[in-house]
Design a protein around this ligand. Structure first.
Ligand SMILES: Cc1cc2nc3c(=O)[nH]c(=O)nc-3n(C[C@H](O)[C@H](O)[C@H](O)COP(=O)(O)OP(=O)(O)OC[C@H]3O[C@@H](n4cnc5c(N)ncnc54)[C@H](O)[C@@H]3O)c2cc1C
Length: 432
């Protein structure tokens, strides 16, 4: 298939990070594309994600936006003039003292800051609209629930079908519809997410600005958007989701490994309430009560029994998806026909300690550039583009999946191990 054949738009299912990054890149190459999303345009996704320069640099280059402008537009504290600064120091939850600094990625280039905290909703707005008030360079159609697709004879294109009865013809179908991807379920039904051996809860705290500024939280998180605490085989993190002159929204998370690898089901908190993940089991509150009295500020206040009940919202499940080259090229692209998977649909990784958003951004740019580069004149251009994309991406995804699972496990050490590490680091610094 050549670019002459892709005058039909590329159909992208999912207006998340990966789908929008691809659509922006294709728009920069003047290749037609339509993005479909099942949600409404006003759906707010207010949480924060850590973005890394290796994930967003190439997108910014194509969009002609500097890293500083990007941070000032999408950071969790952008509305109060911040850049999403993240301190890498982790704290002892029992004493409140500093333990160690989480390693920065070796060899990474510092643009302004190598990583920063972005608000997910502002990031989506940026990806869709470019700079504030700019006309969107991409065609995004909300409230389009993708249900199925057909391949046209001689693989001349695809027709995507939506729950509202619409059928839209395009050149290829890109699955960017996230971890529970409907497209993946159709073309690779055998690929199921693995549920990792972790227990994680999340809560939201909304504070009037004045109250935030005058509590210990405000002091500890002044200009810092993520505050991490290590306990005995568990960790707690506090993060700014958004802040304005009048209000601060924070989220907390509590995470630990399951109690027995040999018998995961014996851990009453391993499986969340299947009908409603917002229904929090009493066993969670009982568990928090066992260590809350020994916590230092601000953890003690946040995890106090009456506060935690008011703020807890959700039990997260850590999932990962791994697809092989054969799944992606031979089955989804060649046999099922003209389907490419990117983002979480292809390689979901744990949301905690994972880098799925960054890989989604990179997937979009790399795939878009390769389609533009290879599809121009050769008949087999699209085939070459897709295979070249997977050749590079599969190794990157596999390394990222391994790394994220390793980091997730590494976060949970006995507190004595953290303290020994901190003492060893301090001794080395003194010797220098
Ligand atoms: C709380 C939280 C914190 C996270 N923190 C980080 C972090 O710090 N760093 C990081 O790199 N990553 C982080 N992640 C992960 C990151 O958000 C995901 O990896 C990233 O959003 C994946 O992008 P995506 O475009 O593949 O999928 P998504 O962003 O999930 O987008 C998929 C889109 O497809 C749409 N869709 C689904 N089904 C259909 C259908 N049938 N029809 C039409 N549309 C459909 C959905 O509505 C959605 O908009 C975090 C995730 C969460 C939830």
């Amino acid at each position: 298939m050549s670019l002459n054949h892709i005058r039909k738009p590329i159909l992208i299912i999912g207006a998340g990070i990966a789908g929008l990054s691809l659509a922006r890149t294709l728009a920069a190459h003047s290749i037609p594309a339509i993005v479909f999303d099942d949600a409404s345009e006003t759906r707010r996704q207010g949480f924060g994600v850590t973005l890394r320069s290796w994930g967003y640099d190439s997108l910014l280059k194509r969009a002609g936006v500097t890293a500083q402008d990007f941070q000032e537009t999408v950071a969790t504290d952008a509305a109060v003039g911040g850049h999403g600064y993240i301190s890498t120091t982790v704290h002892d939850v029992y004493t409140g003292t500093d333990l160690i600094k989480m390693a920065h990625r070796p060899g990474a280039q510092m643009v302004t800051q190598e990583f920063f905290r972005a608000n997910r909703f502002r990031l989506r707005e940026f990806l869709m609209k470019g700079r504030v008030n700019e006309r969107s360079p991409i065609d995004v159609r909300f409230q389009h629930v993708f249900e199925g697709y057909e391949v046209l004879s001689d693989k001349k294109g695809v027709v995507a079908k939506f729950a509202n009865g619409e059928r839209v013809e395009g050149s290829i179908l890109v699955a960017a519809d996230g971890v529970h991807s409907t497209v993946r379920k159709l073309v690779l039904p055998q690929i199921l997410p693995s549920v990792l051996h972790s227990v994680t809860f999340n809560g939201i705290i909304n504070l009037p600005r004045k109250e935030f500024d005058t509590t210990s939280l405000g002091t500890m998180m002044e200009k810092n958007n993520v505050y991490i605490g290590m306990g005995d085989l568990f960790n707690i993190s506090l993060a700014v989701n958004d802040q304005t002159d009048s209000e601060v929204e924070l989220s907390w998370s509590y995470s630990r490994p399951i109690k027995s690898l040999l018998d995961p089901e014996s851990d009453t908190l391993y499986e969340r309430n299947a009908e409603d993940p917002n229904m929090i089991k009493e066993a969670f509150f009982d568990e928090i009560a066992t260590f809350q009295p020994s916590l230092a500020s601000p953890f003690a206040e946040i995890f106090a029994s009456e506060s935690i009940r008011k703020t807890v919202r959700y039990q997260w499940v850590m999932r990962s998806i791994r697809c092989s080259r054969e799944d992606l090229i031979e089955t989804a692209w060649q046999r099922s026909g003209l389907v490419v998977l990117i983002g979480d649909a292809a390689h979901a990784m744990p949301i905690f300690a994972g880098e799925g958003g960054n890989h989604g951004l990179l997937d979009g740019v790399q795939l878009g550039d390769l389609i533009a580069e290879h599809s121009k004149n050769q008949d087999e251009g699209m085939n070459v583009a897709i295979q070249t994309f997977y050749d590079g991406a599969l190794e990157r995804w596999s390394d990222a999946l391994d790394g994220s699972e390793k980091r997730l496990n590494g976060l949970n050490q006995p507190i004595q191990t953290w303290r020994k590490m901190a003492a060893a680091k301090a001794a080395v610094s003194e010797e220098k």
